[in-house]
Design a protein around this ligand. Structure first.
Ligand SMILES: CSCCC(=O)C(=O)COP(=O)(O)O
Ligand SMILES: [Zn+2]
Length: 259
């Protein structure tokens, strides 16, 4: 009798240790900890109309542990709490933290493709209406040129001396692939992988009638790229409405203006 009581106590303690270890992965007073930052950024994205109605989200790779933080699926992203996060070890593709009441985001295979093929530090997925509009207007590629904001986007080239990324110049053209949507988010992975292969310099892929995936080497850079690209997509739609091709040469806009 007493030994049975004792075994149960040991079992409970082992479970508690495992639960505590999992919970420690999402408990931090540091606002930059991935579990905290996902919550903060999803609120910010919600108020930009990027992740409303449960759509979209963000995943962050912890720069110290290299673990990947993923939000649950089908939840209101602006109401996320750190304890809602899934945590994956990219070495084994196994979850090291799984909140019982949720499934991981359906975007997980797409996030993983960006981590593995692009050494991303964070991946943002939004349902931006600017991305959707561009995907309706343009074919398999979104191009925009000679606009100051493209200087925020990497060119794919590296400085031979410092090894740092070189951004596009004002006189360059930004090209972002557009892939077709699928019935289920996870089925987008084939199209995304093909686009990553065809566009080695791309830091984003637009999904037709759906939204956009944007990644970067750090969460700070992914955030900047997403903001700059969203600005450029919004501008491109306005240019198109006036008859100006977003990739037209400097001075050529007057030839196209339909006003
Ligand atoms: C109405 S959202 C449909 C699913 C989707 O496109 C998306 O981005 C959200 O997926 P999640 O599994 O992270 O909720
Ligand atoms: Zn989506």
């Amino acid at each position: 009798m007493s030994s049975c009581f004792c075994d149960k106590a040991i079992e409970r303690t082992a479970d508690d240790v495992a639960t505590n270890a999992q919970d420690k992965l999402v408990q931090s007073s540091d606002p930059k900890h991935p579990a905290n930052l996902i919550c903060t950024l999803c609120k910010l994205f919600y108020y930009n109309n990027w992740v409303t109605g449960t759509g979209g989200g963000i995943s962050i790779k912890d720069s110290k542990s290299k673990y990947i933080y993923i939000a649950p699926s089908g939840v209101q992203k602006e109401q996320l709490q750190p304890e809602d996060m899934f945590v994956m070890d990219p070495e084994t593709d196994a979850y090291v933290r799984t909140p019982q009441k949720y499934k991981p985001s359906a975007c997980t295979p797409l996030f993983m493709a960006c981590y593995k093929r692009r050494a991303a530090g964070a991946v943002i997925h939004t349902h931006s209406q600017h991305a959707v509009m561009c995907s309706l207007i343009f074919g398999n590629e979104f191009k925009i040129a000679n606009i100051e904001q493209i200087k925020a986007i990497p060119s794919g080239e590296k400085d031979p001396v410092t090894g740092k990324d070189i951004n596009l110049s004002f006189f360059d053209t930004l090209a972002i692939p557009i892939i077709d949507n699928t019935a289920h988010e996870e089925d987008l992975v084939g199209g995304l992988q093909m686009a990553l292969h065809q566009y080695p310099a791309a830091t984003a892929v637009i999904v037709r009638r759906h939204g956009i995936y944007v990644w970067g080497p750090s969460v700070e850079k992914a955030k900047v790229f997403n903001e700059a690209i969203d600005y450029l997509m919004e501008l491109a739609v306005k240019m198109y409405q006036l008859g100006i091709p977003p990739d037209c040469g400097i001075g050529d806009e007057k030839k196209h203006l339909t006003l």
